[in-house]
Design a protein around this ligand. Sequence first.
Ligand code: FDA
Length: 300
Amino acid sequence: MAGNEWMRRNVPRLWFARRAVRRFMPGESAEDALKAAEKFQGQHIPVLFTRLGENVTRAEQHEAAADHYAWLIEETHRRGLDGEASVKLTHLAMDMSPPAMQKHMDLLAETAAANGNRTVWIDMEGTDYTEPTLAEYERLKARYPNVGICLQAYLKRTYSDVERLLPLEPKIRLVKGAYSESVEIAYQTRREVDANYMALCVSMLAQIKAGRGLFLGLGTHDVRLIKQLAQHARSIGLPRTCFDVEMLYGIRADQQRRLAKDGYNVRVLIAYGDYWYPWYMRRLAERPANVIFALRQLLP
Ligand code: FDA
């Protein structure tokens, strides 16, 4: 459903869908996102910002997205907020013009470096884009230290992708993965995905312990897994601050606060913008109970 064009055009017009999506977004405008970030700052929780958009088809769309992110990074700095941008490369023209995408990413990495030495994060999309996304990360990381990339634990290739990136001293956000991928290339069951997530983290923590330059962010709401990894880190002599915990706005907010209180480095990703349909569908797919929540919005 996330890829259905008719649904994408029509669902956002439904008032109850607009009401339901507010659970995962403070609002559609950048100001809504910045205001939410100010609230998190009050709880000592830094943020990530994503302006929703993907697979753009017109030059003015990717130019506008790049300009917006550059402005957002400067504005975040101007307001004294601890916030970083997390972008999708297909929002910045990866499909239609790789040279334009590279120009946009250079601009964002430079703007982020000049505004408080922030990191710019690259989201990982469906597997048609895995290889070009990794290649762009390699290109960028050779020029700018302040870029990070998301990798997906459901993909069978991810272990070798980590190995491939290690010499670059990468910043990696590990997520379970949000797209529908085939059994040939992706683990399908929750047990398998969790086991691979754990194995990948154990191996990255060993690299951190050995003093390799590697930043690890756990992009998951799976608190059981986070705690197991903190225990494992402790068993090899690393503090719980050896990784960041990154969660989405509106999901397990109580745990976000609790983990921050317990001394974990927590960061919350705030998504905003009006192109929320495919992203929202992926949030529903992760947890079918969210569909019931969305339907309940029909009630007065
Ligand atoms: P899991 O699905 O096992 O959920 C663990 C628990 O978290 C659930 O039991 C439930 O309590 C809660 N939960 C999880 N999802 C929920 C939801 N939608 N609604 C309500 N509760 C929910 N993916 C990707 O492919 N590319 C990317 O670039 C990113 N980027 C990204 C950044 C950040 C900061 C996060 C947190 C996640 C992503 N993702 C992503 C999404 C990721 O791949 C994954 O789909 C979701 O995080 C859900 O998986 P969990 O790891 O939370 O575990």
